[in-house]
Design a protein around this ligand. Sequence first.
Ligand code: ADP
Ligand code: MG
Ligand code: MG
Length: 208
Amino acid sequence: MKTSFILSAAESIRDAILDHESELESLDRAIGDGDHYINMKRGAGAIVELHAELAALSADAALNKIGLKLLSTIGGASGPLLASFFMSMAKILKEKNDDTITTYAAAFTAGVEAVQQRGKAGLGEKTMLDVLIPVAQQFSALAASNADIKTTCQALMQTAEEGMLATKALIATKGRAASLGERAIGHIDPGAKSCQLMINAVCNQVLA
Ligand code: ADP
Ligand code: MG
Ligand code: MG
C-alpha cells in the first residue's frame, strides 16, 4: 500500500463525513448523545492536517500514527475503537510487507478483531461491527477466491450498505443505545453509518 493512497483516502473520508453532517448528527441524537458527527469530523480533520507528517512515513507507520491521532482527538466510544482498528491493521501490513489483496483482507480482518476485543461486542449488537464484521468476512472470502480489486470493492461497498441498513431493525446491546431497549428500533446506528461511509470512500478511491 502506498502512503499517497492513504493520504487521498483520508481526504475522501473527511469529505464523506462532512457531506453527511445532518444524517450522522440526527442518528446519534436519536439513539445516542448527538456527538458522533462532531467526533468523526474532529478525527478526520486531524488526520487530514497530519498530511505532511504522514507523507514522510511508510504506509504501516502512517496507519499506526493515524490510530494514535484518533485516540487523542476523538472523544467517546468510537475513538479508541477506530484507533484499535488502524493500529492493528498497521501491524499486519508491517508483518506481511507485500501488496496483495490477501494481505489487505488480513489487515482489515485484524483491525475488525481488535474492535471486537476492545468493545467486547459482536455481530447483531447494533454497532459499527454490524458493518465491519460482514465486510471483513467477505473481504477474506473474495481474497481467497482471487477476485480482482474492482469486483472486491464493489462487493464490499454493497455489503457495508446492507450491514448499515440492517442495524435499523436491531435492539442495541452495547454502547449508549443499549439503555433504550426497543426505542432504538427504527434508527440506523451512527457508528455503522460512519463506517459504511468510510468503506465507501476508500473503495471509491481504489476504483477512481
Ligand atoms: P459515544 O457513544 O461515546 O458518544 P460516538 O457517538 O462517537 O461515541 O460513537 C458511537 C458509536 O460507537 C455507536 O454508534 C456504535 O457504532 C459504536 N460503539 C459504541 N460502543 C461500541 C462497542 N462496545 N463496540 C463496538 N462499537 C461500539
Ligand atoms: Mg455519541
Ligand atoms: Mg459522546
